[in-house]
Design a binder for this molecule. Structure first.
Ligand SMILES: *[C@@H]1O[C@H](CO)[C@@H](O)[C@H](O)[C@H]1NC(C)=O
Ligand SMILES: *[C@@H]1O[C@H](CO)[C@@H](O)[C@H](O)[C@H]1NC(C)=O
Ligand SMILES: *[C@@H]1O[C@H](CO)[C@@H](O)[C@H](O)[C@H]1NC(C)=O
Ligand SMILES: *[C@@H]1O[C@H](CO)[C@@H](O)[C@H](O)[C@H]1NC(C)=O
Length: 351
């Protein structure tokens, strides 16, 4: 299959961050201190004042999630995890808008658990949303989240080789006009913030692919609704924030030593945070789009909880035609069966 011209152009754009040197394990350390010293994070003080309130809301969430969850981790009991996230103003974010990237699709499902059985390090991702004007929690904001699997593939684009970001050679891959190759949905979904402004996803730590450092995409919709046609997708609404979230370089290195992640360390030069222009743009001027993490159990393989606070300009309307380099938002059309099984895991929560 030959790439369509617009599709090739899109991936061409993404090659900007590629480097020639091989450094899959090189650690640079994240310049957190330098970031916190800069100004610009106008909600930083408010976050610091509210820290205990936010942290206890997060603890309550985690507690109830763990009680519902029948995972081996949950069965170990909460007591065995002494470390709970303490919110820190320096690790909170007032993330500036970044690009949505070529892997965004419409038609993601309303659910908290997006894993669909993808193997990897479990990641509870806890995103707090604050109103930029008031620095107060934003309730009922829809957060749309998507990222690649442990070996670098996005659902909806499984025909794209993560080592080359081009369609797999010599295989039966059809790249559609909108860039997608299929209607799979793993590691995508959207959910809604509660009265504390917090929404929580259950996913896995993302893998990586050529030309980008490890990242998770989000968009925030203040006036989103769930589609009424029964598809359980986000009904079209304007987007107030487009962001990408990142991890500390040292953590990335540790995760990528593990099975499911280490496969292409030998075949692909991994792009580091500091070499990725989206990372650099998202982490300047007092902003930090780096997710703070804690181990859930004794080892990394047991999983992580990651938390970050994002402030959103509720009156902003992101022009998606400028934000998305594809110029169109692909819509994944799910068969009823796929939809049902993708949503089943959250059904008990009444989502
Ligand atoms: C973070 O909190 C400390 C006090 O805990 C305060 O001195 C500092 O200015 C705060 N930083 C930001 C960026 O708000
Ligand atoms: C990631 O997804 C692709 C496409 O579905 C699959 O072939 C691959 O095995 C997945 N990676 C892992 C680590 O399971
Ligand atoms: C969200 O809805 C409220 C109430 O209808 C409206 O005033 C506001 O302009 C909407 N905001 C956006 C960004 O669409
Ligand atoms: C929020 O968005 C509105 C509408 O785009 C814009 O006029 C305003 O300057 C933005 N506020 C900030 C603080 O960026």
């Amino acid at each position: 299959m030959v790439l369509t011209a617009p599709f090739a152009a899109v991936f061409g754009l993404l090659m900007i961050a590629t480097t020639a040197s091989a450094h899959p394990h090189k650690a640079t350390g994240h310049a957190k201190a330098a970031l916190s010293a800069r100004s610009g994070n106008t909600c930083g003080d408010a976050i610091a004042r509210r820290a205990e309130g936010i942290a206890s809301a997060r603890r309550r969430h985690l507690h109830s999630r763990m009680l519902e969850d029948d995972s081996p981790l949950a069965r170990r009991g909460l007591e065995s995890r002494a470390k709970y996230p303490e919110i820190q103003n320096t690790s909170c974010v007032l993330a500036p808008d970044t690009v949505v990237g070529p892997y965004f699709v419409d038609g993601e499902l309303y659910r908290r658990d997006v894993t669909e059985g993808e193997p990897g390090v479990p990641l509870y991702l806890d995103i707090g949303v604050l109103d930029m004007d008031t620095c107060e929690p934003l309730e009922n904001a829809f957060i749309d989240m998507w990222h690649c699997n442990a070996s670098g593939t996005y659902s909806g684009y499984t025909g794209i080789n993560p080592d080359t970001v081009e369609a797999y050679d010599g295989e039966c891959v059809t790249v559609r006009a909108d860039g997608t190759t299929d209607d799979t949905t793993f590691l995508r979904g959207f959910t809604k913030t509660d009265a504390s402004g917090i929404a929580e996803f259950l996913s896995i730590f993302p893998g990586y692919y050529s030309s980008r450092t490890t990242h998770i995409h989000i968009t925030v919709h203040v006036n989103g609704t769930i589609s009424e046609d029964g598809t359980n997708t986000l009904a079209s609404s304007s987007i107030q924030h487009v962001g990408q979230l990142f991890f500390e370089e040292d953590l990335i290195n540790q995760v990528y030593e593990l099975d499911n992640y280490n496969a292409h360390l030998s075949t692909l030069d991994r792009v580091l945070n500091d070499e990725d222009s989206v990372y650099v743009d998202g982490n300047t001027g007092g902003y930090s789009a780096v997710i703070t993490t804690e181990l859930l159990g004794d080892t990394l393989a047991d999983g992580l909880i990651g938390y970050i606070t994002v402030t959103v300009n509720t009156t902003n309307i992101v022009d998606m035609s400028n934000t998305n380099p594809v110029g169109v938002i692909p819509t994944v059309s799910l068969a009823e069966g796929a939809e049902a099984s993708a949503s089943a895991v959250d059904a008990c929560e009444g989502l």
